[in-house]
Design a protein around this ligand. Sequence first.
Ligand SMILES: [Ca+2]
Length: 406
Amino acid sequence: MKRVKTAILLSILCVGFGLAPAKTSEGQEADVSPLPLKIERAFPEIRPRRPVVMTTADDGTDRLFMVTQQGVVQFIPNRQDVTEDDIQVYLDIESKVVYDDRKNEEGLLGLAFHPKYKSNGEFFVYYTTTDEPLTSVVSRFRVSKDDPNKADPNSEEEIMRIKQPFWNHNGGTIAFGTDGYLYIGLGDGGAFNDPQMNGQNIQSLLGSILRIDVDKKDEGKNYSIPKDNPFYGHPRLARGEIYAYGFRNVWRMSFDRKNGALWAADVGQDLWEEINVVVSGGNYGWNLREGNHKFGLVGVEAQNGLIDPIWEYDHKVGKSITGGCVYRGQLLPQLDGYYIYADYVSGKVWGLKYDYDQKRVVANREISTASIEGGNVPVITFGQDHQGEVYLSDAFGRIFRIVEDK
Ligand SMILES: [Ca+2]
C-alpha cells in the first residue's frame, strides 16, 4: 500500500513538473525527463559500410577500430577530422563471410581485442561463414609480426563453430570480461517463437551467453571452460560453456568498465524489448517470457528461476533494441553511470540509470536526435574508444557521438 501511495505522489510531482512518469510492468518509477544532451555526427567526413562494431585495441595507440558487417576490420586515428583517406584496412575476410542486405543479421558481427593485445597481438572475431550449412565461427587472429597496422590474414585459428538452424538471430557480440574470459552472445537460432526451444535448452549453446578461456585448451578444444562456470563439469546435463541463457537475440552486450557488470539487450519478438544485467547461471526467460510477460502458449508467469529484465519497453516505443554500454568517459560527467541504448526502428536514443544496490532503474531519459537529418537514427551498434567516450553508428554508415544540447 505504501508503495502505491508513493507511486501516486510521485506521479503528481512529475505531472507538476511537466514530466510524465514512466513505469515498467513491475511498477518502478523512473525519471523520464530528457537528458540535456544530443546526438551529433562524429567523424563527419567518413561513412563506412554498416559499421557494426566500434572498439579500441587498448594498446596505448588511439586508434578506433570499426568492423564493416560485410567482413572488413578497419581503423581510423581517433580524430574528428579524419577523411576516407585515413581509413586503414586492418583485416579483410570478406570472402569468408556471408552477408546479404536482405539478411542483415549475418556477417562479420563481433570483434574483441585480447586484454593483453599489446604484448600477445591476439584478437577475436565472430562471423557467419560462407560454408554450408549455416554456421557461425569464432576465430583468433594475430597482428602481423612486422606491421602493427595490419593483421596477419594467415593467422586464423578457429576457436569454435556453432551450427545455425536459420539465417537470423546470430547474436554476435564478443567481449572480454574484467575476469579475462571471452564472452560470446548467441541468439536462439532464428525463425519465430524459438521453434527448437534453444533459449531454454542448456544442452544447446544457442540462446545463451558463453564464457570461455581462450588462453588455455581443454582436450579436443581450442579453448578451455572456466571451472567456475555455472554448468561446469556436468556435460550430460548442460554445456559447460554457458554462462547465462534464455535469450532470443542479444544484440549487443557490454561490460560496465567500473564494476564489470554485464549488460545485455535482448531483441523482442511480438511486444517487448528488454535490458538485462546478467549474472552467472541466470535464465533470462525466452521463450517462456518476453520482457516481464508470459510468452506463447507454454509461457510462464514470473517465478523463481527466471530473471525478468531490469527494463522493458513496448512496441509503441520501438521495435528492435540496440544495446549500448554504460558511459564511463571523461567528457560528459553528467552522463557517468548511464547505460546508453537505442531502438533501431523508432530511431530514439536513451540513457538509463540503474541503482545496482537497490536493483532498480532510477532514470530512463531520452537523448535528442532532433539535430540529425531525418530526425531519427537507426542505430545498429555502440562502441567506446580508448578513453571510454561512446560512439553510435547507423545503418547508413553515419557515426555519432553524444554532446551537450546547448
Ligand atoms: Ca528475457
